[in-house]
Design a protein around this ligand. Structure first.
Ligand code: ASP
Ligand code: MG
Length: 422
């Protein structure tokens, strides 16, 4: 007997028919004799709809009331799944965030899970009841409902898995695993058997939209075994226990998988892209200590994430241009903040461009192989794709390019690193 957490995303929960399909998958898992907790998202599009209602009601909405509204999407699907399971003859009940409870800290609309009380949950699961838990929601120190930030149900699932010491956390979604790149762009993209936590963390943060970044960080910290797999399968589907999806594993487990399969590690594991990027150039910034701090402190205070930064060499007049990227959605705010501080910072012009994209190659293999970055630069240059900025980490190289060239760049790189399926 194993203890399994199953998480279903919004597309899997969108409507009665799909919820019935989910209930069947859950029933099969429970029929193995496993203890099962299910974490669900709201129906696809529902959270967006609820967010819009908040905006219409009051553009300067109070985050505490926003949470009351948006948490309702998951309340509905958790109740519906429990009802559907009961209709199939299973014992099932829902556990809302405040009932477990899922204690969270920090701000409304972007709360962080601190601790989950699992006693009642474990007792109910041990008694053979399937637990259905709404993702995304928790309860704050003041006893009010909180939500975890968009895409937070993945994090709820991993946190529940950690709290109950689950053997595995299966994340069911509309794709059947983690691919070498977006299969809608590259038809020859390959599904991976496994990727490491570290790789998945980088891939999630640079735009591969399979898992919320924070959920991967939590899984890595808590050592939760995560599998990404599809809920859109027929009755003859390979059972989840046979690991048909992609496993997110530790470095040690990865070594073992490679050894067992007599496989060589790829230098690059995945290629991701993100069009939600915007470039800001500040011209003629004074080239002196503190100038850069003057630019980036106010952005940090406003929780605007700056990614790539380039400071050109100072020109003769003791001035320099500073180029950097922010999420496109934060561009208007960033621009307004910088305009406000024009005097303090002392720049001449602010130039913005949201028609840029970031393309990243990720792989633990590049730690031990030189030449990954130069292959990237050369392959892009051969196709006449201009690189506007570069950033790197130990296992990632990202470039900023013209947004129109995103798909071409992804295809070219997929081939260049030998990732195309035969
Ligand atoms: N329903 C929430 C959202 O759309 C949380 C989630 O689905 O992960 O962001
Ligand atoms: Mg999601």
């Amino acid at each position: 007997m194993a203890r399994i957490v199953m998480k279903f995303g919004g597309t899997s929960m969108a409507g009665t028919e799909r919820i019935r399909r989910v209930a069947n998958i859950v029933r099969k898992q429970a029929a193995n004799g496993d203890q099962v907790a299910v974490v669900v998202s709201a129906m696809a599009g529902e959270t967006d709809r609820l967010v819009n209602f908040c905006r219409e009601a009051n553009p300067l909405y109070d985050p505490a009331e926003y949470d009351v509204v948006v948490a309702s999407g998951e309340q509905v699907t958790s109740g519906l799944l429990a009802l559907t399971l009961q209709a199939l003859g299973c014992k099932a009940r829902s556990w809302l965030g405040w009932q477990l409870p899922v204690h969270t800290v920090e701000a409304h609309a972007k709360a962080r899970i601190e601790d989950i009380d699992s006693d009642a949950l474990l007792a109910s699961m041990a008694a053979g009841e399937i637990a259905v838990i709404p993702g995304f929601q928790g309860i704050g120190g003041d006893g009010r409902v909180t939500t975890l930030g968009r895409g937070g149900s993945d994090t709820s699932a991993v946190a529940v898995a950690a709290a109950i010491g689950a053997d595995r956390c299966d994340i069911y979604t509309d794709v059947d695993g983690v691919y070498t790149t977006d299969p809608r762009i590259v038809a020859k993209a390959r599904k991976q058997k496994a990727v490491t936590y570290e790789e998945m963390l980088e891939l999630a943060s640079v735009g591969a939209k399979v898992l919320q970044t924070r959920s991967v960080g939590l899984a890595m910290k808590e050592g939760v075994r995560v599998q990404v797999l599809s809920s859109f399968t027929g009755d003859d589907a390979v059972p989840a226990d046979e690991l048909p999806g992609t496993m997110i594993v530790s470095e040690e487990e990865m070594e073992q998988i490679l050894e067992d399969g007599h496989m060589e590690r790829q230098h690059v594991t995945g290629i991701a892209h993100d069009k939600n990027e915007a470039k800001i150039i500040l011209t003629r910034v004074p080239d002196k200590p503190g100038a850069v701090a003057n630019i980036f402190s106010p952005l940090a205070d406003a929780s605007i994430n700056v990614d790539m930064i380039i400071q050109n060499v100072g020109r003769d007049k003791g001035e320099t241009d500073v180029t950097f990227t922010v999420p496109q959605t934060d561009l208007p705010r960033a621009q307004a903040l910088l305009e406000d501080r024009r005097e303090d910072i002392g720049f001449n012009r602010i130039i913005t461009d949201s028609h840029v994209a970031k393309v990243s190659v990720v792989g633990v293999g590049m730690k031990s192989h030189a030449g990954v970055a130069s292959t990237m630069f050369k392959s892009l240059a051969d196709r006449g794709i201009n690189i506007q900025a570069i950033s790197t980490s130990e296992i990632k190289v990202s470039v900023m390019i013209d947004e129109d060239e995103t798909e071409l760049a992804v295809r070219v790189l997929h081939t260049a690193y030998g990732l195309d399926a035969d």
